[in-house]
Design a protein around this ligand. Sequence first.
Ligand SMILES: *Cc1c(COP(=O)(O)O)cnc(C)c1O
Length: 221
Amino acid sequence: MNQAIAENIRNIEAELPDQVMLVAVTKYHNVEETQAVVDAGVYNLGENKVQDLMAKQEQISGPVRWHFIGHLQSNKVKYLIGNVVLIHSVHSLKLLKTIEKESAKKNTVTNILLQFNLAKEDTKSGFMAEDFNAVLDQAAQYSHVNLQGLMAIGPMTKNTDEIRKIFKQLKRMYDTMKQEYLDGKNDVHYLSMGMTDDYPIAVEEGSSIVRIGRKIFKCKE
Ligand SMILES: *Cc1c(COP(=O)(O)O)cnc(C)c1O
């Protein structure tokens, strides 16, 4: 299994442009498999449950940079502050405010992305496109939140035109944000989109972080 993991990673890295960051999504995988990813040289790891992330932080060795990518409840924010390099999945003003408050308490600044649900899928969290300006205005008021970009999960469809349309829309919003947020004096440089099934499209549309799980762990029969 560990050899398959290393080989899968090499194959993915070989086709990713240099400037695109690979976040290995290790949710559903035990400590040994997660350690195999780190040993294969991938240090950006994504988890979607606060408890799993904390448990693995204790057990995995290496210079890991932990990314939180899952649905985050406000009451769990305090556990992440100071322990992750980036929270990809900020989906509400309430959550944004909590991250500000908890970061201030610890006298630190937390890097975040805003998650958008552009296909308006019931099963996904995220802001609506209409919320864009209001969210940016709110984030600009906060000094313990460092807004670094946008994130989306591609729509659940096999229709690649639909998927591409959503990624294009997020890229346009990202470009606007880069120019306008804090009058352009910002730290916006991450566009997190693309998973196992749709990352080639996401990369074509300008993604700078892909979050890949299944393709890393799949075993050849
Ligand atoms: C699970 C997950 C991924 C990885 O998905 P795969 O299809 O396994 O590549 C990426 N992003 C988020 C938010 C996830 O929950």
